[in-house]
Design a protein around this ligand. Structure first.
Ligand SMILES: Nc1ncnc2c1ncn2[C@@H]1O[C@H](COP(=O)(O)OP(=O)(O)OP(=O)(O)O)[C@@H](O)[C@H]1O
Ligand SMILES: [Mg+2]
Length: 492
């Protein structure tokens, strides 16, 4: 029996594979390793068909590729499942029937039980996934079969991504280097570099890109960068926030309307699809779209034409589609809240943006960038962030990601005087991260003195004579320190 935790972990691991590699061979191998381990199977095979229905075949035992064989449709269980779309559960050796002999070639042990499930949907079958156990081992049951089916669903997605990626890379070979990209995406982490390379690869093609990641990670920025580097860069970039539009208005927003189509339609108006013609349509927050809206968008994506509300004429659109969401869309599909067919249409290539807390090395570069941005916006000359403040900025978890960091810097620069951002200029939650997260930072003597003077000033409500007395220093010394440290009365 598989535990729920194991199930969940396996699905998570597979989803990580999807995000971590885009090479078909590695995806296949990693998935097989994970699947055989989760089901405690002795071996697994993943069979893939190419578009001419030619098959290629992989076998792994304990996660390692051991053979590459050519299957025969009529005799091979994997080929049969791949083409028929039916899954097979064979609990014990006696029931292997006609497949018994062939399986001998595949693994060099006697097979006891076996499960094989198809990969892909009705008209788009791409192969099969199988696990086998040695004779004498616990037999597989319907529970494992259901689980394998669930895994198969994710596998299809990752393989599709990997294949499209390979196609996109080929189409763009040598065309674009990251260096040539026009963008404002800051960061030196591996993850940011991979994102830039992906942008370079997809921007020249027409594949639909789905950008995923938590709120504030930079999805819109990436969407704009794809547009800016695409052949339609001189065309419009039209954005629609799918979550913000009620169903009743959505149709006219998307497709426009003819004069007189309904009460209040005093003139003809173009919809977003029409406005984006010759450019890019950015469908933001697609995860919150109603099922009705999803059906409508899917139709246009399939047919590439639509009518205005109240209109008769078919209008065609060749807008490039980029979509984004910050919710777990696979989970939403499982719950029936998002159409799987629309998902595949939008997600020909997935760009997943890591949360900022998982690429903290980008933080100093982002800070520098935002200081520069606000120096010019606020007409300031802020030079740097104090060591202690940096430690806190690096230690904080940033659940609002880059957007939250940007606001924190802006806030500090509005509150402060002088040219150094200090701890007290940072938001409460950043100042008070735990010692543990903070790695037990020991502030410098100057930082401590600064903090201490500030505390005393706050205590006396900025009465400098009283403060000097409290601190047992002269009033001129206090004045000098206030000036050196750039201390100012906190704004309420
Ligand atoms: N790598 C980056 N370099 C510079 N600025 C960034 C970067 N990532 C994000 N930002 C900035 O952070 C803010 C949030 O980014 P953006 O709006 O693209 O996030 P999002 O993922 O679309 O968020 P949401 O899911 O909430 O819509 C923007 O001001 C953006 O310019
Ligand atoms: Mg956004």
């Amino acid at each position: 029996m598989i535990q729920d935790v194991t199930k969940l972990n396996t699905l998570l691991e597979i989803s990580n594979i999807v995000h971590s590699t885009l090479e078909v061979n590695s995806v296949v191998n990693l998935i097989l390793g994970t699947v055989t381990e989760a089901l405690k199977a002795d071996a697994g095979t993943l069979l893939l068909m190419n578009k001419d229905h030619q098959l290629y075949f992989r076998v792994t035992e304990k996660g390692e590729e051991i053979k590459n064989l050519k299957p025969r449709m009529e005799k091979d269980i994997e080929a049969w499942v791949a083409t028929s779309g039916e899954s097979v559960l064979i609990p014990e050796r006696d029931k292997l029937g006609r497949f018994k002999d062939r399986l001998k070639d595949v693994v060099d042990f006697k097979i006891g039980s076996l499960i094989c499930v198809p990969l892909g949907l009705e008209d788009k079958r791409i192969g099969s996934l199988e696990v086998v156990n040695k004779e004498g081992k616990p037999v597989f049951t319907e529970i494992e079969e259901d689980f394998l089916k669930e895994i198969a669903h994710h596998v299809v997605n990752s393989i599709r991504n990997a294949k499209l990626y390979a196609k996109a890379s080929q189409e763009n070979k040598g065309l674009k280097e990251i260096l040539e990209l026009k963008h404002t995406i800051i960061g030196e982490s591996r993850s940011v570099k991979e994102t830039l390379s992906l942008i370079g690869k997809v921007s020249g093609t027409k594949v639909s890109v789905l950008i995923t990641g938590e709120t504030g990670v930079g999805k819109e920025l990436v969407a704009r960068a794809i547009h800016e580097n695409s052949p339609v860069k001189d065309g419009p970039f039209v954005e629609i926030n799918c979550a913000a539009i009620p169903d009743t208005l959505l149709e006219s927003e998307l497709f426009g309307y003819e004069k007189g189509a309904f009460t209040g339609a005093a003139y003809t108006r173009k919809g977003k699809f029409e406005l984006a013609d010759g450019g890019t349509l950015f469908l933001d927050e697609i995860g919150s779209m109603s099922l009705m809206a999803q059906a409508k968008i899917l139709r246009v994506l399939q047919e590439r034409k639509f009518e205005r509300v109240g209109g008769q004429r078919m209008i065609t659109t060749d807008a490039r589609i980029i979509a984004a969401t910050n919710i777990d869309i696979l989970e939403t599909i499982k719950r029936g809240g998002f159409r799987e067919d629309l998902y595949y249409r939008l997600n020909e290539i997935n760009i997943y943006l890591l949360p900022l807390r998982d690429r903290k090395e980008d933080i100093p570069f982002l800070i520098e960038h935002f200081i520069e941005e606000f120096n010019s916006e606020l007409n300031r000359d802020v030079k740097r962030v104090s060591d202690v403040a940096i430690k806190h900025l690096m230690g904080y978890e940033w659940f609002g990601n880059v957007r939250e960091l940007r606001s924190a810097i802006k806030r500090a620069m509005i509150l402060m005087e002088g040219d150094v951002i200090h701890l007290e200029h940072l938001p409460f939650e950043v100042r008070f991260i735990s010692e543990e997260v903070n790695g037990g930072v020991i502030p410098s003597l100057e930082e401590m003195e600064r903090e201490h003077i500030l505390k005393a000033l706050a205590y006396t409500d900025w009465n400098k004579t009283q403060t000097a007395q409290l601190l047992k220093i002269s009033r001129p010394t206090l004045d000098k320190k206030i000036k050196t440290y750039g201390l100012v009365v906190k704004q309420k």
